[in-house]
Write a protein that binds this ligand. Structure first.
Ligand code: ADP
Length: 486
């Protein structure tokens, strides 16, 4: 089976979050399952810089579009073809894939992802590269939502799968944008792309794809409810029969404490005492006192409301003073969250280390060095860091939502007894509830170190692999192919 995976981010070419990890790692696992997979990504500046050995496959001239679109090809891990949609005036810019250097959304985002979607369709219909055409196009998040909608009108089209990585980002634009893009007028309908008077890219994918997935079984249930559905729960309910949750995996080679090149001292279950070397190194790096005993809590992530950064900011005084822990925080994103963290850091700079920015090697060192990993997300489609943490023997404390429910087993008498306990889970996104679970974790860490070690080891023994996800995606692709909608 041939599959074309379309994504706006692909690790290691460009990454702002978990979507890039999925698009960069799932394909290799799919190759292992016998899938002939290719990837397509916009030609952002970062992508062009990281793909020096690219060749030009085609030049596209699309009706109604003045831009010249070149389709380039490079390879991921030397074996997977990656098509790059090269339109310099749309993608080759400083700043991020979605926002400029000041943090504002690119004003032409609708146009950028419309052109990307049209180009993907040319590849899908073998009009760009006649030597290859897919049986299934696997679209990811709103940037690719128009693909299933526009492919729907094509003859002999491939089947389409649309994966929701985060329903909070939908790509909503005024009606005028719908007209400017010249989208087929019959699509302007509440049962198609219209969403309360606006154009909604995500909705296009949800309505038209043959099969829908999201990145954890719990999130697949949650998004059918208004609390997590961001206005699209009604649309999703109508497609409930075609929606499944497939848990993301992690790359067990990139995230492996035994061989991680970025950490100070490699370790494994049999050499867990060596983990403390990494703790001391992280304390040094964040200019905190080197102290092997004092619990060290790590936080890594996008600084968005979703991640519950406000809860962390509010909890810091009690955590550092009463629970006597230190924190190390790495993140980038929202200006307000950054400012709040800067302020609390200024007060507690001897107990709290803060690095603002995107720093992958440091993320590895923090996973290796911390004792606990705090993730109080208000919603979490899957989440990756809680899985990395378990692999590194760093015990996660998480809010019971989405993928966090599916990947962390709360410490309790019974889960300790059957050796499934891997972390601490709280059920209300409130500072007091979170602190209660952090307190329980610190209590175990200080007073029952043997039990603490068991929890670390339980986590390190869990297998979160892409191979398991790939098997589920193969079944889904087959299903989409056999049940293509007329
Ligand atoms: P989301 O996709 O919502 O941002 P995920 O947990 O699914 O959250 O994925 C986030 C990914 O990005 C993880 O691999 C995480 O380690 C990484 N990450 C997030 N922020 C940073 C940062 N500031 N520096 C390094 N890595 C980061």
């Amino acid at each position: 089976m041939r599959v074309l995976l379309a994504a706006s981010e692909v690790y290691p070419f460009v990454k702002t979050g978990g979507l890039a990890d999925v698009a960069g790692h799932l394909p290799s696992a799919l190759v292992g399952e016998g899938i002939d997979i290719r990837i397509v990504v916009p030609g952002y500046r970062q992508v062009l810089e990281r793909a020096p050995d690219r060749e030009t496959i085609a030049e596209l001239r699309l009706p109604g579009l003045s831009a010249t679109i070149r389709v380039l090809a490079t390879r991921l891990q030397a074996r997977i073809v990656v098509y790059i949609i090269d339109t310099p005036e749309l993608y080759d810019r400083p700043g991020g894939p979605y926002i400029d250097a000041l943090g504002d959304e690119w004003i032409d985002n609708a146009h950028r992802f419309y052109v990307f979607s049209r180009s993907v369709i040319e590849i899908a219909q073998a009009r760009a590269d006649p030597s290859w055409f897919p049986d299934v196009v696997h679209c990811n998040d709103w940037h690719t939502g128009l693909i299933p909608a526009l492919l729907h009108g094509e003859r002999d089209r491939p089947a389409t799968v649309f994966t929701i990585h985060n329903l909070a980002y939908q790509g909503r634009f005024p009606h005028a944008v719908f007209q400017e893009l010249g989208l087929p007028t019959e699509l302007w309908h509440p049962e198609c792309l219209e969403f309360y008077g606006n154009l909604n890219f995500m909705k296009a994918g949800l309505v038209f794809a043959d099969r829908l997935t999201t990145v954890s079984p719990t999130y697949a249930r949650e998004i059918l409810e208004p609390q997590f559905g961001y206005g699209l729960d009604g649309v999703l309910k109508t497609r409930q029969g075609q929606l499944v949750g497939i848990l993301n995996g992690i790359d067990n080679e990139v995230w492996n404490p035994e061989s991680d090149p970025w950490i100070d001292k490699n370790y494994a279950i049999g050499t867990l005492d060596d983990k403390v070397v990494n703790k001391l190194a992280v304390q040094r790096e964040f200019k905190l006192a080197e102290d092997p005993e004092r619990p060290l809590v790590a936080v890594i992530g996008r600084l968005a409301d979703q991640k519950g950064i406000d809860l962390i900011v509010d909890a810091i005084p009690e955590m550092v003073n009463d629970l006597e822990v230190n924190l190390v925080i790495l993140g980038s994103g929202g200006r307000e969250c950054e400012q709040a963290l800067r302020e609390v850091h200024a007060v507690y700079s001897d107990k709290v280390g803060l690095m603002l920015g995107f720093n992958e090697p440091l993320a590895h060192r923090m996973e290796a060095g911390a004792d606990l990993f705090l993730m109080p997300s208000r919603f979490e489609p899957c989440g990756l860091n809680q899985m990395y943490s378990q692999r590194y023997g760093t015990v996660p404390v998480v809010h019971a939502v989405g993928g966090l429910v599916d990947t962390v087993v709360d410490v309790s008498d019974s889960s300790l007894e059957d050796r499934t306990a891997t972390g601490f889970v709280f059920h209300n996104p409130r500072v007091s509830d979170m602190l209660r679970r952090v307190d329980a974790a610190i209590d175990l860490y200080r007073n029952l170190p043997f039990v603490w070690r068991e929890v670390m080891i339980n986590g390190m023994c869990r297998v979160f692999s892409w191979q398991r996800s790939a098997v589920d995606y193969c079944i889904l692709y087959q299903d989409a192919l056999e049940n293509r909608r007329p």
